[in-house]
Design a protein around this ligand. Structure first.
Ligand code: HEC
Ligand code: HEC
Length: 504
């Protein structure tokens, strides 16, 4: 919530509102005023006049009563128009006759203190949302006292201050409800019918402000040891939020041993990483910062760098009710952003719910191969997010160099099992597999067609054609690849809401 700092003296009428408009009376007496502006703040100077006015560049009223939207301040040339953004003394004219000295006034623009920012729900304006704000709202409802910021008492912005606002603030404090504006996500019904509503952890409700904060943090290079890399350095929007390199290079130049994973519709994932070692998205986000082959930084350093930023503390307060910045809140905000990375606008989706214009004959053949026993892909890459969220061995190696899930559980029956990846936007997310061994979709299809290692430990039983191969014809392989490309969602790859906010 912004509060503009203002001082007026003498003949000023009207208000210097949040939009920094100022109305000046011109009763034929020289008005003068001192207004205080934040550095960089722009003031639009409005003044009214009944008849033609020599100092405005145009006539007409904007809002009531009759004010010209023009900034007109001048010391010598009555037609000069400029904004009062500079600290200084301005002489202005405010009547129909510029020759009449009684119509001249002065405005002194002073540099002010920075605007104070208060988190949503901070009714008593002490900088935190806490139990005292609940007390303040209750007292306001009971008409015992008016809080410092009565407007903030209408927490849910429904025009009334009542028990619902108390509930809203309580939920914000407890982390059960958003502190900022509730976010509305547009998720097609065929997705929710199949998978249910998007799972959102109780202690990390999503808000408009939380997503925006998370987006900044996702792209913020201060999360790395030498301030050169962010999450987005390895998770590129243009590549479906994965890395086009086989192995990602961390800040030290060292390579990790696995291919980065796409972050698409990840809200429905039930575990994270190729080996599932993180149970939640929030847990996952802790890892990269301290991973030596990734961002190679410490959390206390990141917290200090983010806290020193002029804007972040107020943003955290809006989202979490407090300016205190810690790794938990950073991970939560990043996760809020990641949950908005939804891709349900491909040709494949249109088939289910959109304006379907039809598959090509080749895509339709590929569709049949994918969904039937012929290709059998649907057993594992299933449902609207094109993964069953299981860990399986699709037969890449006879001898395992990476144990995958087995490394995490210690159970030899899990050796060689990896998370079934989503195939959403698969056209853009290469190279493929946990070690990025395949550069193209043609190579992937050839693996399933003829390359499956029947002796791979714990080979999945759904790999039904492992021994004899799929025996696809060359045309069928092309058809399957063409069908896989119907998972492409160019709107997702180009969605400005997911892009780097520092480049806007
Ligand atoms: C140096 C490159 C690099 C950076 C930087 C990086 N990641 Fe990753 N990310 C990877 C790799 C590689 C994997 C797979 C690692 C594995 O499975 O062992 C991965 C996996 C993930 C996953 C799991 C997706 C899934 O389907 O399970 C998520 C989510 C993710 N990263 C988010 C982030 C976030 C958030 C950040 C910033 C805090 C980040 N990454 C920074 C390379 C990177
Ligand atoms: C038994 C389950 C299973 C079946 C059946 C299956 N896959 Fe997979 N698929 C996986 C697993 C597991 C991985 C990841 C393996 C790894 O990286 O070690 C994978 C990886 C992929 C990838 C790479 C994705 C990426 O992000 O790197 C593509 C593409 C793919 N499969 C397509 C197919 C197609 C096409 C079919 C049908 C011909 C198919 N899959 C059948 C389990 C399966």
């Amino acid at each position: 919530m912004k509060k503009a700092v203002l001082m007026t003296i003498f003949m000023i009428t009207g208000l210097f509102s949040q939009d920094a408009y100022m109305n000046i009376s011109h009763q034929g007496i020289s008005p003068s005023a001192t207004i205080t502006v934040e550095s960089g703040q722009e003031i639009t100077f409005q003044y009214g006049g009944g008849g033609p006015h020599p100092m405005t560049s145009g006539h007409g009223s904007t809002d009531s009563p009759i004010f010209f939207p023009t900034v007109t301040v001048t010391s010598s040339n009555p037609t000069e128009v400029f904004s009062l953004t500079e600290v200084g003394t301005y002489l202005f004219h405010c009547g129909t006759n510029p020759g009449n000295s009684s119509n001249w006034g002065t405005i002194i623009v002073e540099a002010g203190e920075a605007e104070e920012e208060y988190p949503n729900g901070d009714v008593n304006e002490d900088g935190e949302v806490n139990i005292l704000d609940i007390v303040a709202i209750a007292n306001y409802i009971l008409e015992f006292s008016t809080p410092a910021n009565p407007e903030a008492a209408d927490f849910n912005a429904d025009g009334n201050v009542n028990i619902l606002d108390i509930v809203g603030v309580a939920n914000c404090i407890l982390g059960f409800g958003p502190c900022g504006d509730e976010l509305v996500l547009d998720i097609p019904s065929f997705v929710t019918d199949y998978l249910g509503e998007m799972p959102i952890p109780e202690d990390n409700p999503m808000s408009v402000e939380g997503v925006e904060l998370g987006r900044m943090l996702f792209y913020d290079k201060r999360l790395s040891g030498d301030n050169t890399m962010s999450c987005a350095s390895c998770h590129l929007q243009s590549s479906g939020f994965t890395d086009p390199e086989q192995f990602s290079e961390g800040i030290t130049g060292e390579l990790g041993g696995r291919n980065a994973m796409q972050i698409i519709n990840a809200a429905w994932f039930t575990s994270f990483f190729w080996d599932g070692r993180a149970a939640t998205m929030e847990d996952q986000a802790f890892g990269p910062v301290i991973n030596p082959v990734e961002l190679n930084e410490t959390w206390p350093n990141v917290e200090a760098k983010i806290a020193a930023d002029p804007d972040y503390p107020a943003m955290f307060a809006e989202v979490f009710g407090t300016e205190t910045i810690d790794s938990v809140r950073i991970s939560k905000a990043i996760s809020q952003f990641e949950r908005t990375l939804l891709s349900f606008n491909s040709k494949f989706d249109d088939y289910f719910y959109g304006d379907f214009t039809g598959f090509t004959a080749s895509e339709e053949n590929g569709f049949d191969i994918y969904f039937s026993e012929r290709g059998d892909c649907i057993h594992c890459h299933s449902g609207p997010i094109l993964t069953d969220n299981e860990f399986r061995n699709n037969g890449l190696d006879s001898e395992l160099t990476d144990l995958g899930l087995g490394e995490v559980t210690g159970d030899p029956d899990d050796d060689g099992k990896f998370k079934v990846p989503t195939l959403r936007n698969i056209e853009f997310t290469g190279p493929y597999m946990h070690d990025g061994r395949f550069a193209t979709l043609e190579e992937v299809v050839e693996h399933y067609n003829s390359g499956v290692k029947i002796d791979s430990p714990n080979l999945d039983e759904e790999m039904e054609h492992a021994s004899e191969g799929l025996n696809l014809t060359d045309q069928e392989k092309i058809d399957l690849v063409n069908f896989l490309k119907t998972f492409s969602d160019p709107d997702f790859i180009n969605n400005p809401a997911f892009s780097d906010p520092f480049e806007e």
